[in-house]
Design a protein around this ligand. Structure first.
Ligand SMILES: Cc1cc2nc3c(=O)[nH]c(=O)nc-3n(C[C@H](O)[C@H](O)[C@H](O)COP(=O)(O)OP(=O)(O)OC[C@H]3O[C@@H](n4cnc5c(N)ncnc54)[C@H](O)[C@@H]3O)c2cc1C
Length: 388
């Protein structure tokens, strides 16, 4: 093993998964989280088999499954006609094909399940209300003891640890925002399918709907052009709802009614990280959104954070390899995969937001693809066996 201890900045999905993954190898971690209490913030997340497989190995999948729902398919539908364009089977088919389940859940459920496991694990030490603005500030916390061998920046898209890495990625606002609201099951229109994740596609925008057990209804997320609201995950969008409604003007009236009736929609800005180094060649490394925040078109942000955390632990736990080499190995292992996921996201964006003749061509091509063929296209993504 190349290290004995780590300091993790951020108790989000990446940070908590990293702590549990390190503990499997006997590595102790201190997790520094800026908020005094991990609150129920955020919206729905899709967790694909590549991530749920890891959560199973870490012993947290059972707890999560008590709260999530397993859709039968991930479907694409026209936002104009509401007709299904294509569907990838998940559910039992997906379990059989990718050997792990596909589920939808609230982000807070995932974070809470990881947190419960971290609090049970003697090698993990969570320090809430502990904001870390520089890597040097970590050393301050260990003034009277032994400093950690490794610092992991799992502090999300607006990472501060990133400043300690030469040629680290930069971040920029994508010009898009994610709107979010929920509809109670009783008020949900009939066209919303409770057994699928459905992405309704339209010109320059799309809307994703799926049932969430935790909210007793549907989680609706619409990706649309919008203004940067700053470093926040939950801006009250009520006063700006007109801009959302306007972006769906050419859409099916049933979808427009759903948007017009949305109560208390919130939104968050979508940032992207550029290429750059993830480690300082010595003892600091970035994972999750801090390293590679991406647009949500492939629904893989949380899954990539989970894979990163698990594989980083595997790299630094390999005996006989110096830490600097282990960090270089981690970056070399993860970068091609992240690049491929990004490419898939860019492809989805092109397909989802197509206009005019491209849209017609898209619909024809999708109609020709059998569900099993679409599933096979995702084997590299969902069937990935992370090395922990
Ligand atoms: C509050 C919140 C709500 C979200 N809601 C959604 C959602 O609804 N849907 C979705 O798809 N994605 C959401 N995300 C993003 C999604 O969780 C991430 O893209 C993904 O899980 C990657 O996780 P991460 O751990 O890398 O980053 P994050 O989940 O962003 O976690 C970063 C953690 O680091 C902490 N932190 C940041 N700076 C510091 C600092 N200086 N010192 C100490 N701690 C710090 C943050 O408080 C946070 O807990 C949300 C993220 C957050 C923080």
């Amino acid at each position: 093993m190349s290290i004995n201890t780590a300091a993790i900045v951020g108790a989000g999905v990446a940070g908590l998964t990293a702590a549990l993954s390190l503990a499997r190898h006997g590595i102790r971690s201190d997790i520094f989280e800026q908020v005094p209490q991990l609150a129920e913030v955020g919206a729905g997340l899709q967790l694909s088999p590549n991530a749920s497989r890891i959560l199973g190995e870490l012993g947290v999948l059972g707890e999560i499954q008590a709260h999530w729902r397993e859709p039968q398919e991930v479907r694409l539908a026209s936002g104009v006609s509401l007709k299904a364009l294509a569907a990838v089977p998940v559910g039992a088919f997906g379990r059989d094909r990718w050997k792990a389940p596909y589920g939808v859940l609230h982000r807070a459920t995932l974070q809470q399940s990881l947190l419960t496991a971290v609090l049970r694990e003697p090698l993990c030490h969570l320090r809430l209300d502990s904001r870390i603005d520089t890597a040097a500030a970590v050393a301050e916390h260990f003034r009277t003891g032994t400093p950690p061998d490794l610092i992991i920046g799992a502090d999300g898209v607006w990472s501060r640890v990133r400043n300690a890495i030469p040629q680290a990625p930069g971040i920029s606002f994508s010009g898009n925002i994610a709107w979010r609201f929920t509809i109670p099951t009783k008020q949900a229109p009939k066209f919303l399918n409770p057994h699928s994740v459905t992405a309704y596609l339209g010109p320059s925008t799309h809307l994703v709907a799926y049932p969430l057990k935790e909210v007793g209804g549907f989680n609706i997320v619409a990706i649309a052009e919008g203004m940067d609201a700053g470093q926040t995950w939950e801006t009250d969008g009520q006063s700006q709802k007109a801009t959302l409604v306007a972006q769906f003007s050419g859409w099916n009236p049933e979808i427009r009614s759903v948007i017009e009736a949305a109560e208390h929609p919130t939104f968050w800005p979508l940032y992207e990280a550029s290429e750059g180094r993830w480690h300082n060649g010595r003892d600091i490394v970035l994972i999750g959104d801090a390293a590679h925040a991406m647009m949500p078109f492939a629904a893989q942000g949380a899954a990539m954070a989970i894979e990163d955390a698990f594989e980083l632990a595997g790299c630094v736990a390999t005996s006989g390899i110096p830490l600097a080499q282990a960090l270089a190995d981690f970056e070399a292992l993860r970068k091609p995969r992240i690049a491929r996921v990004r490419e898939r996201g860019a492809f989805n964006k092109f397909v989802y937001h197509a206009r005019g003749p491209v849209r017609l061509g898209r619909d024809l091509l999708l109609a020709l693809r059998p569900p099993q063929g679409l599933a096979a296209d995702l084997d590299w993504l969902f069937g990935y066996q992370a090395k922990g």
